[in-house]
Design a protein around this ligand. Sequence first.
Ligand code: ADP
Length: 525
Amino acid sequence: MVQADIPAAPAHRRRMALIIAGLGVHLGLAVLVNTTWRDAVVLNHFAYVPLVLAAVWFGRRAAWLALIPGLAPLALSAANLSPSPPWTDAVRALFYLAVTFMAGLLADRSRAHEAAASRGERNLRNIIESSLAGVAVYRDQRLRFINGRLIAMLGDPQEVTASPDAVDTTDSPYLGRSIWEFVHPDDRAHIEELVARRERDPSGGLRYEARLVAANGRTIHADIASYAIEFQGLPSVLVSVYDVTRLREVEARRRELSAMAREQADLLVHSSRLAEMGEMAAAVAHELNQPLTGIRNYARNATYMLEEDAGSLDEVKENLVRISQQVDRAARIIAQMRALARRSETERVPVQVNAVVRETLEFLDSQMRLAGVEVRRELDESLPLVLGDRLRLWQVFLNIVVNARQAMEDATERVLTVTTHHLPDQELPVVVTFLDTGKGFDPEHAEKLFQPFFTTKGPGRGTGLGLSISHTILQEHQGRIEASCAPGQGACFTVRLPAAGVQEYPDCAIRAATRETREANDGPG
Ligand code: ADP
């Protein structure tokens, strides 16, 4: 049950004294009026002043006081001092009692309402103060309310040491300050636009992220929700603010670290490519030697014909054309080496896998011939484009073919069959297989082949990184690489890739496909 508030003791005593004095005056006057003037009309009404005052101050309990002016005329009647008949004194006493009780009842009710309202407000304030969010209310772009959490967040120098619960937010120096003092200058235009939008349409809530500036100048990344409310009877805006600075800092650090990791991975891919090229240096020197020898021979021929007048002009011309062809060939080999040695950002463009397979085989052609390996190609011309990095896919194929050549060094039959298939029903429909007739691998090594630094080659021959990097490259392409080997037979490596959604990249596809066709003719550069 709601109890009426009892005023503090001195005020209570003062009020009681005033009421008793009023009633005393009434009784004194009663005696005087009844004995001397014999007319009590004014006197009767005077009693209502202290009684109603008592009812307003003390509620229904004040009804007891009505007995004082009510019983006094009856006592005078009993002493034959009252001019009026006893029943009128009794009715008057009842009126005093009823009026005092009713006034007291109304006063009690009104006080109970006030108490309930103020308790509700206290509860609400406690909820807002203990909330994990910083809460503020603004009107006319000035702060009208701010909770302790937000004060702690914004860190007023005078209050920052206090705990959020201990801060008296009703008298905060923040109140009345402009909201723009706390908004980061770079985010102001954006928030001004949101505030204007809220003013145009106050319905519904807004959720956005913005930077705030604390009292000490620190930038706070805040997740903010705002709603239009009525506060102190006026339309206002309630904002709840979550400090997400730590989260954003961690995210930024994570982004930085993953950029560093990507950079390191790129370096590794590149270093492994360089290592691969180092391994191929002898073969490449041989490769270059061929056109150079050709050039020398054709040049000697032409010189001899001219000096000795031994051939026709057409024959001399034919030698010069051959020299030009050999120069083109040497240039193409050098261009391919340069492309492989180049360090570049990972691309995601539509790539023709058949073209990459052809480039790889052409690049290794004389190596394979020198090693006595017959290369068979079965390329499916209906192969769709894949989205990826041509140079990296080239690196994967190069590594598989070089491994196959090395695995077939001691074999009597040396055949590498490279096949491409389009399997439209599969999740990864672009399939490239490399089947060799080499020594194969131990089934127990199958799991380890793609682990970094796993190699069965002697020191100086293998780094054990080729297949693990190929695996990473294919993961980047949302594809995969598998190795299989039947006992007594060579190894089979299968690369599976997703098809590019060409309809989503029509311009890009056309550009890349055109470039590949050109490069397949000219050689990469
Ligand atoms: P590396 O070639 O430097 O050893 P790789 O990661 O390319 O590193 O290959 C790892 C291992 O996988 C090789 O050492 C070899 O044992 C095995 N391997 C790769 N390709 C073949 C193949 N075609 N036949 C048999 N074994 C293979």
